[in-house]
Design a protein around this ligand. Structure first.
Ligand SMILES: Nc1ncnc2c1ncn2[C@@H]1O[C@H](COP(=O)(O)OP(=O)(O)OP(=O)(O)O)[C@@H](O)[C@H]1O
Ligand SMILES: O=P(O)(O)OC[C@H]1O[C@H](OP(=O)(O)OP(=O)(O)O)[C@H](O)[C@@H]1O
Ligand SMILES: [Mg+2]
Length: 303
């Protein structure tokens, strides 16, 4: 059975995807947008892709940097925090930032208490799932401090925020996104160790040439899906004499498309705009005298 299984994987490019958790659903959406077709049978962590010479390997997000770094899989998606924690410098390359899974790794302490700064934690006990990053951070602080003591770093696998209330720790190092979990546990952040988002990483071990081509094609498809989520297409009409002002507001990625209208006094403009800025852009265009401003969502693109 095992032989049959590894035989069917032989010669395929291997793509690691988080098997569950915060990144999972978004990864499935990216794969669908890139037309990577597969059926994941219940509990099966490896599945063959129907329309490419590739297989998906579903792994814990924390293990993906090591699998990619050691070349067991060719490329994968995980968090930048996981890549940093796995200490795989030089073994993997970050090829694409995916704009989801955004969070910060922060030092947190009880809101009410005697610890106000990270220096107050030197020599005390810190609990975390990020032993390597927290160890390095407090190791450097310990060295700089004149206390001559070591901060104790202890690993726990999850629900890290409960540690202080349970008397396990004086402070913690854990991920924060909305801050809801942190506040609910009566904690606040006193330092940010790193910011993170989901990334596509690739092994630095050379792959076979036919894998290279496929990995690049899938990467470029995913880049298109990510860009489509980041940009909208903004179309509007503007008096010809104001087009210079208007296109300063919507310069586009390369250049805006300006087309003549039947009315020689007016032109039509089409330009890509960052989704996050679109309301402001529309206000400014309206002030300049643009009309019929339409914003169109992109399903996919190559830019
Ligand atoms: N609250 C969050 N908001 C945004 N991204 C997050 C958040 N928590 C974690 N992440 C990102 O998702 C990655 C995987 O975290 P996740 O919590 O899914 O894994 P896990 O802790 O191994 O799984 P689980 O929590 O299901 O046991 C993290 O390394 C981080 O990059
Ligand atoms: O700032 P927030 O939006 O509240 O998100 C932060 C929380 O999300 C993650 O936990 P997760 O849900 O993955 O649970 P876990 O602790 O079991 O990993 C992280 O470990 C924090 O606890
Ligand atoms: Mg988690």
């Amino acid at each position: 059975m095992l032989d049959l299984f590894s035989e069917s994987l032989a010669g395929r490019a291997l793509f690691a995807i988080p098997k569950k958790g915060r990144l999972y659903e978004k990864c499935l959406q990216l794969l669908a947008g890139a037309d990577v077709q597969f059926t994941r049978s219940n509990r099966l962590d490896v599945c063959l892709v129907r329309n490419h010479n590739m297989a998906l390997v579903f792994l814990p997000a924390a293990d993906i940097p090591r699998f990619v770094g050691e070349g067991n899989v060719h490329f994968g998606i995980t968090g930048q925090d996981m890549v940093a924690e796995a200490d795989v410098n030089g073994l993997v390359s970050e090829v694409l930032q995916l704009e989801f899974g955004k969070c910060k790794l922060q030092v947190q302490v009880p809101q009410s208490g005697d610890i106000k700064t990270v220096d107050d934690l030197v020599g005390r006990k810190v609990v975390t799932s990020f032993e390597v990053l927290a160890g390095r951070y407090f190791g450097e602080l310990d060295q700089k401090s004149d206390k001559g003591v070591k901060t104790k770093i202890e690993y726990i696998g999850g629900s890290v925020e409960a540690a202080c209330a349970l008397g396990l720790a004086d402070g913690i190092v854990d991920l924060v996104e909305s801050g809801e979990t942190m506040r609910a546990a009566g904690l606040h952040a006193i330092e940010t160790i790193l910011t993170s988002q989901a990334v596509l990483i690739r092994s630095n071990k050379p792959a076979e040439p036919h894998h290279d081509a496929l990995i690049e094609r899938i990467t470029s498809r995913i880049a298109g899906v990510v860009a489509a989520g980041k940009f909208v297409l903004c179309n509007y009409n503007v008096p010809r004499k104001m087009v210079h002002e208007a296109t300063k507001v919507t310069p586009g990625r390369r250049a805006p498309t300006v087309s003549p209208l039947d009315d020689p006094e007016w032109v039509a403009v089409s330009s890509m705009v960052l989704k996050a800025q679109v309301a402001d852009v529309m206000d400014r265009l309206q002030e300049i005298g643009a009309s019929d401003i339409l914003v169109i969502g992109l399903q996919n693109c190559r830019v």
